[in-house]
Design a protein around this ligand. Structure first.
Ligand SMILES: Cc1ncc(C[n+]2csc(CCOP(=O)(O)OP(=O)(O)O)c2C)c(N)n1
Ligand SMILES: [Mg+2]
Length: 567
């Protein structure tokens, strides 16, 4: 506290400030970067980062800092950290924190705060941050004294990993942050010594029961959700589906668990499988709107749900068996338990796999002409088809937009696990540029490819400049329809063509010029045959890039036309 700052240090007594203690706690957690936008309330943290060798990536909007922290957590498995100033700095970051909550992403937001000595006096940028953050974090607190700065940071990290991961928030009053206290009086948790693994293998009796169910099932299927990636359970999930011959669907960050072309990898036959299966195993994804709140699963099927969070299991829909635990550990245990049987039933499931494969192939072939369409304006299916073909095993794919990203969700298949990033169930537009920043910073060895709607890009697009400034090249594509098309479709349906044009029209913007203006690479594409060469040149440029592809605004994705997201 301020009074402690005035305490005269004894001779030879080493003193340390709050900002330096924060940096030590970040270092202990293995954090190597903070995403931030500066403000007088937080500068001492930067000074601490200089001492600890933590990189400081300064952005142009705090929402970007928070989304980048979320993205960093997803890519690395370590908590992402954003540092923002008091008041508007913190309110600007709210969306990023909220997105991380729904996406179960472990990030820490540190916000400045007016001095404790001026508490409730109307200091610059004073707001009740902790009250604001409480409903959208797993933990939100004020750092009450300088000595506790590192301690509170470690406490916040501990909370990030309780159950399904999520965000924490700390506000640090300016006098608390700036004050210097004797080093020996501060609690500085040591790396690896202040929190335990929270991984749980589930109830052994439930594991046995699930093994029995799988062994006895004729038509099982599994949905591998985001937590398969969160728990780094890729290998266990792959072994589970292969050993027990269970067809698999993937969603969210779970996409890419199996590579495209894998015999157990299915995508388009999902509705059919959920209607016709006798056993459905849902791993690490809630029965939310993406799952029709569980209503799209056959009433006759045995339903099993595995999740890190007990609150998710059985929510919105009854389950026959629920297991709270780590996706990877649980699946590995089930494989082991089932493999001990004389016959694990895998041979009997061959016909079921063939049945699903036939449905999958038929759906694929029906759509293929659209994916190869030569139409101009360009059919969005053609654009996402070209992107899918362009991706390599080392391309991290990011989708940020409405209708155009709905198209890509059907067609783009990441080639490796952890190589798919979407906002998650909050559906936040604007995550694209910050996710690029986090992914390319954390994995410079990877190529990052991002598809934006023109509306989505404009929310956080100015941070393209930050990508240039920090030399974070990526291949960016804008699917430009000069509209907020996903919303426009619903308006036209409800209010007719004329009234359907209200509040959703964007200008005809040449985003390639925008990219060039900021020091990146850009091209305009109007002819479908030019998409691939333009993508190749963007790849070769070694710069942050935007290929602005003019797509047909009168063509909508089936998901948008069914308005499935509201049902
Ligand atoms: C931050 C935020 N604001 C508004 C929305 C509502 N919304 C969903 S899709 C959409 C249109 C997005 O337009 P664009 O990115 O150009 O994609 P398009 O649908 O045109 O392909 C909007 C505004 C949202 N999901 N997130
Ligand atoms: Mg658009």
């Amino acid at each position: 506290m301020a009074s402690q700052a005035q305490t005269a240090p004894g001779e030879n007594q080493e003193m340390i400030s709050g900002g330096h203690l924060v940096a030590k706690a970040l270092k202990a957690e293995g954090v190597d970067v903070i995403f931030t936008l500066c403000g007088g309330h937080i500068i001492d943290i930067y000074d601490g980062c200089v001492d600890e060798g933590i990189d400081v990536i300064d952005v142009r909007h705090e929402q970007v800092a928070a989304h980048a922290a979320d993205g960093y957590a997803r890519i690395t498995g370590k908590p992402g950290v954003a540092v923002v100033t008091a008041g508007p700095g913190t309110t600007d970051a709210v969306t990023g924190v909220a997105n991380a909550l729904r996406a179960e992403s472990p990030m820490l937001l540190i916000g400045g705060q007016g001095a404790l000595s001026q508490h409730k006096m109307g200091s610059l940028q004073d707001l009740p941050h902790v009250d604001m953050m409480n409903p959208i974090t797993k933990f939100a607190a004020t750092v009450p004294s300088t000595e506790r700065a590192a301690d509170l940071v470690s406490m916040a990290f501990r909370e990030c990993f309780h159950g399904a991961p999520g965000p924490s928030f700390l506000e640090i009053p300016r006098d608390v942050l700036d004050a210097k206290v004797p080093l020996e009086k501060a609690r500085i948790p040591s790396s690896g010594a202040y929190r335990a693994s929270t991984r749980s293998a589930g109830d052994p009796a439930a594991i046995e029961r699930l093994a029995d169910l799988v062994v006895g099932a004729e038509k099982p299927c599994v949905l591998l959700g985001s937590q398969v990636w969160t728990t780094r359970g890729t290998e266990a999930a792959t072994e589970f589906v292969r050993t027990l011959n269970v067809p698999a669907f993937m969603n969210g960050s779970g996409r890419g668990t199996l590579p495209p072309g894998d015999p157990h990898h299915l995508q388009l036959a999902r509705r059919y499988a959920f209607q016709n299966a006798d056993l459905i195993i849902i791993v690490g994804t809630p029965f939310d709107f993406r799952m029709g709140y569980g209503k799209r699963l056959s009433q006759d099927a045995t339903v099993v749900q595995i999740d890190l969070d007990y609150r998710t299991v059985g929510k919105n829909r009854d389950v026959d068996l629920g297991i709270v635990g780590d996706a990877g550990l649980v699946l590995a245990s089930v494989t082991q338990a089932a493999s001990g049987r004389v016959d694990n039933g895998s041979v009997a499931r061959k016909t079921w796999l063939e049945e699903l494969r036939a449905v999958e192939t038929q759906a694929y072939e029906k759509r293929l002409p659209r994916q190869l369409s030569d139409a101009s304006p360009i059919d969005p299916y053609r654009l996402v088809h070209e992107i899918n073909e362009f991706l390599t095993e080392d391309s991290v794919y990011i989708g940020d937009g409405g209708d155009i990203v709905t198209f890509s969700g059907q067609v783009v298949q990441p080639k490796s696990p952890g190589h798919w990033m979407d906002p998650g169930p909050l559906g936040t537009l604007g995550v694209g540029v910050p996710f690029v920043m986090a992914a390319k910073y954390a994995r410079p060895d990877k190529e990052v490819v991002a598809l934006f709607g023109d509306g989505a890009f404009s929310l956080t697009g100015f941070d393209f400049e930050t990508l240039v400034r920090f030399n974070l090249p990526f291949v960016g594509i804008v699917g430009n329809n000069s509209s907020m098309n996903q919303i426009r479709y619903g308006q036209i349906q409800k209010y007719g063509a004329d009234r359907g044009r209200v509040g959703n029209t964007l200008g005809d913007i040449r985003y390639s010029e925008f990219a060039k203006m900021l020091g990146g690479y850009g091209e305009e594409v109007r002819d479908p045959k030019d998409i691939r060469p333009a993508l190749e040149r963007a790849r070769e440029s070694g710069l942050p890039s935007l290929i602005n592809v003019w797509v047909d605004p009168e063509v909508y994705a089936p998901g948008t036309m069914n308005q499935t997201m509201y049902k």
